[in-house]
Design a protein around this ligand. Structure first.
Ligand SMILES: CSC[C@H]1O[C@H](OP(=O)(O)O)[C@H](O)[C@@H]1O
Ligand code: ADE
Length: 300
């Protein structure tokens, strides 16, 4: 699917509890290959109210893949190849604040990344790039999600800091308390490097964090378990899906590239001289960085 500016294509990455989006029309599951490896699953192409969209279950259908084994690069690269311009991520998170009880949706604007065992960039030796992550999520996309939350009467907070932990074990009490002193709002295991890679791929990225538990710091609540997370997710997954359905049509008439600069993030990011570029890496980056790469010179 080649992308034309003026026709946004929304990609939804569904986290724990969101393995499909019922109600899409003209759907088909398709394998999309990436030079960075295999994405978590096939991509589901479809339409919502006449708006093209693509869905990817982050952990694969059946929740097969743990956070540290997710191929974030393949997932983002595959969505880019599928023509996606804006990514809406839906995730389960623990709350680090009393006033964000289970059932609240936090529209994340910042991350503290404590993940340690993940490939964090598409770029590397032979093609070095540094993009800005000062504002790691897209304000334009977040505003559309906020409007949809208000319309659907979903309890939500616009803005919030998501602490990314490596997992798969949940936090210790000392860690949970530390993250609270850092001013973090919610905790999860997946939004980084996902958001950073979306920025490198010049795609808008917004994160809807659905609070499922109080992690392990709250004296009046049990420590988080998968059972508790799944129970709250089952109560909230329909709201998450409705939110996607209410957000996607709001983006249909947004012509042109994002004014926040997400879709021009690579304009001043590449630092390796064209003559010094690694041809293999450059060719793998055709989808992510093709817009800004001069073809490497032929060897003499
Ligand atoms: C099932 S609890 C832990 C699991 O849930 C979250 O996943 P996602 O962000 O994809 O919804 C969390 O990050 C962990 O991966
Ligand atoms: N408390 C928690 N910590 C990490 N990831 C989570 N996903 C849902 N709840 C979580």
């Amino acid at each position: 699917m080649a992308h034309q500016h003026g026709s946004p294509v929304i990609g939804v990455i569904g986290g724990s509890g969101i393995y499909d989006i019922p109600g899409l029309t003209n759907t088909r599951w398709e394998t999309v290959h990436s030079p960075f490896g295999e994405p978590s699953d096939k991509l589901m192409f479809g339409e919502l109210g006449g708006q093209a969209m693509v869905f990817l279950p982050r952990h694969g259908r059946g929740h097969r893949i743990p956070p540290s084994e997710l191929n974030f690069r393949a997932n983002i690269d595959a969505l880019k190849r599928a023509g996606v311009t804006e990514i809406l991520s839906v995730s389960a998170v623990g709350s680090l604040r009393e006033d964000l009880p289970p059932g609240t949706f936090v529209l994340v604007d910042q991350f503290i990344d404590r993940s340690v065992a993940r490939a964090k960039s598409f770029f590397g030796t032979g093609l070095v790039a540094h993009v800005s992550l000062a504002h790691p999520t897209c304000g334009r996309l977040r505003a559309a999600v906020a409007e949809a939350c208000a319309e659907l009467d979903i309890p939500h907070q616009v803005g919030g800091t998501y602490l990314v932990m490596e997992g798969p074990q949940f936090s210790t009490l000392a860690e949970s308390n530390l993250y609270r002193t850092w001013g973090c709002d919610v905790i999860g295991m997946t939004n980084m490097p996902e958001a950073g890679l979306a920025r490198e791929a010049e795609m808008c990225y917004a994160s809807v964090a659905m609070v499922t538990d109080y992690d392990c710091w709250h004296p009046d609540h049990d420590n988080v378990t998968v059972e508790a997370v799944v129970k709250v997710l089952l109560e909230n997954a329909d709201k998450g899906r409705s939110l996607v359905k209410a957000t996607v049509p709001r983006l249909a008439d947004r012509a042109g590239p994002c004014e926040k600069g997400c879709q021009t993030a690579l304009d001043f990011a590449l630092i390796t001289h064209p003559d010094a570029r690694d041809r293999t890496l450059a060719s793998q980056l055709d989808a992510v960085a093709g817009r800004v790469m001069q073809p490497p010179p032929d060897p003499a």
